[in-house]
Design a binder for this molecule. Sequence first.
Ligand SMILES: [Zn+2]
Length: 336
Amino acid sequence: MIMKFIKKSSAKYCRSGLFLFFCCGCDLKNLIKPRWLQNIFSCSVFVVALLLIVVALPSCRFLPQKEGAREREQLPRITQKQAERKIVFEEPDIPEPQETVITGKEKMSVSSSAVKGRRPKVAIIIDDMGYHQQIGRRLLALDLNLTFSFLPGAPFTLKQENQAWEQGRDVMLHMPMEARSAVWNPGPGALYLKFSPEKIRAMVAKDLAAVPHAIGSNNHMGSRFTEDRAAMHEVLAVLKKRGLFFIDSYTTARSTGLDEARKMSIPAARRHVFLDNVQDREKICRQLDKLVALAEKKGWAIGIGHPHTATLNALGSCGRQLGGSVEVVGVHTLVR
Ligand SMILES: [Zn+2]
């Protein structure tokens, strides 16, 4: 208790506290008459000062701290801020892409790929990365070849995107775009239709700078923005210039993203299955089954999940069995 108090108060008033302690000690010494008592007092001041230095100095604000200690100190404030901002991560009523319906022709082509002995491929993108320190860290630690898409302006984006890159995972920019309703705020770095073409390009470049290891991008929200072909053209032009691919998150059935990317000869693909619209482990496992079934029929499929506890639990349990029937790949292998 006492040590905790000393650490806490000395961390705050470290420099001035120690200075005052020495001054008082020296002054008080002169008030003591017998010489032997004066010597004992001086020794005590020295020992206490030494103890204070050992206990207090490592936590002094003016000294460099270890990264872990700094992070621990910052965490409660970030979490608090995060809770206050009440970030909404996805829009409601996400449409089902037509590709999830398997046609007879596709069945034929898949069975021929099965005959050739190729395993169906599945990519799982984890969107909205960067705001969840603990879940993000645990998702990164999963023994599963996940693709991670990071939001610009999120507190843990830079650290975790670097970690994902070091682990050899596909890293993407999760580009925030205007939603149909102003109720859904896409967050920092968002693109709006009111922006000029120059401002759109500049914002895309700024967002890309926030995720330096991005090899591609998909849209965060964007049910209004992705329907505007001219606006999407500006976004895709920046991606093309940098040799990046585009994945249409398909938050609206009228999205022009994939079509425009094809016209511009940019490697692209579209999301097939949202895994965790319902945050329940069992339901997410059923969505994973759906993703596998689709990949078995089509040859490949792309799923999107989010940093929710239920998603983490599902990927950590039934997600482990994916390898038995499909090959989990980085999404870059599925763009064309
Ligand atoms: Zn998102």
